[in-house]
Design a protein around this ligand. Structure first.
Ligand SMILES: CC(C)(COP(=O)(O)OP(=O)(O)OC[C@H]1O[C@@H](n2cnc3c(N)ncnc32)[C@H](O)[C@@H]1OP(=O)(O)O)[C@@H](O)C(=O)NCCC(=O)NCCS
Length: 230
């Protein structure tokens, strides 16, 4: 099996690692992480170094990997950095074997679809998206590059979620809604009206709470105060 790197050794990195193991398509060479000490074990794999090591590993034949970073803007920044450092490095798509995916669905490179996600007819997933555990993604809906659906999110049919938007834990979005770019839909929200670009919205029904800026953090509460591992 071809060896791959997992870039990001947080909890999300562990979940991605287990999905890769179950697929038996790639073997995991190790983790790349900007904060954790080299040599530390994460599951059965070592932290090999920071992203600056990828070029050396590429020369040794490790030419592919996946970014396992939950925060959308951080994931984007790291992809851009790796593209500059190692232009030919390839990003794999990881799909947990328990995901139920219509044959008419398209999924872009670098995206991660986790356990029990269901993707219905003609849904489209852009590049470097995360569809987390138990997501239900409706027919003909579209999620653009670098956006994410947290565990338990339900998206009705014909919904559009634009780039860099995060739909948080357990939110529900009814059919035909448009979520603008760089927006955040808070945990547990019920979205029954379009959400503009650069907005935080939450509640049942969801209301736009405030304007937000590029890269605003949404892994909130105690996570805000912690140094989140890349
Ligand atoms: C949207 C979100 C980022 C808002 O967090 P925040 O801006 O830090 O909000 P705060 O914690 O400062 O709360 C401010 C107020 O809004 C309320 N609030 C925050 N999020 C809310 C939500 N999703 N629904 C309803 N009320 C919410 C708080 O209870 C608080 O009310 P109070 O002032 O009456 O006490 C957060 O709710 C969220 O969804 N985080 C992401 C969780 C997630 O999906 N994790 C993924 C794990 S894989």
């Amino acid at each position: 099996m071809e060896k791959v790197l997992i870039i990001g050794a947080s909890g999300h990195g562990k979940v991605v690692a287990e999905a890769i193991e179950l697929n038996e398509e790639y073997s995991i060479h190790g983790f790349i992480d900007s904060f954790k000490p080299v040599g530390e074990k994460v599951l059965d794999y070592e932290i090999l170094g920071t992203e600056d090591l990828i070029s050396q590993l590429y020369d040794q034949g490790i030419t592919r990997g996946v970014i396992a970073i939950g925060d959308n803007w951080t994931r984007f920044s790291l992809v851009e950095k790796i593209k500059r450092l190692v232009p030919d490095f390839e990003f794999i798509t990881v799909i947990h074997p328990s995901a139920i995916i219509s044959k008419t669905v398209t999924i872009g490179k670098g995206s991660v679809i986790l356990a029990s996600a269901t993707l219905n007819a003609e849904a489209k997933v852009g590049e470097f998206c995360i569809l987390n555990t138990g997501v239900n993604f409706g027919h003909e809906s579209k999620i653009n590059d670098y956006s994410s659906l947290a565990p338990g999110v339900t998206v009705g049919g014909n919904v559009i979620i634009d780039t860099f938007s995060a739909i948080c834990l357990g939110a529900n979005i009814i059919h035909s809604i448009h979520i603008g770019m760089h927006s955040i839909v808070g945990a547990g929200a019920l979205v029954n009206k379009d959400v503009e670009n650069f907005r935080l919205a939450y509640g049942v029904p969801a209301k736009e709470i405030k304007e937000i800026s590029v890269g605003e953090k949404y892994l909130s509460g105690k996570w805000k105060k912690q140094k989140v591992s890349l």
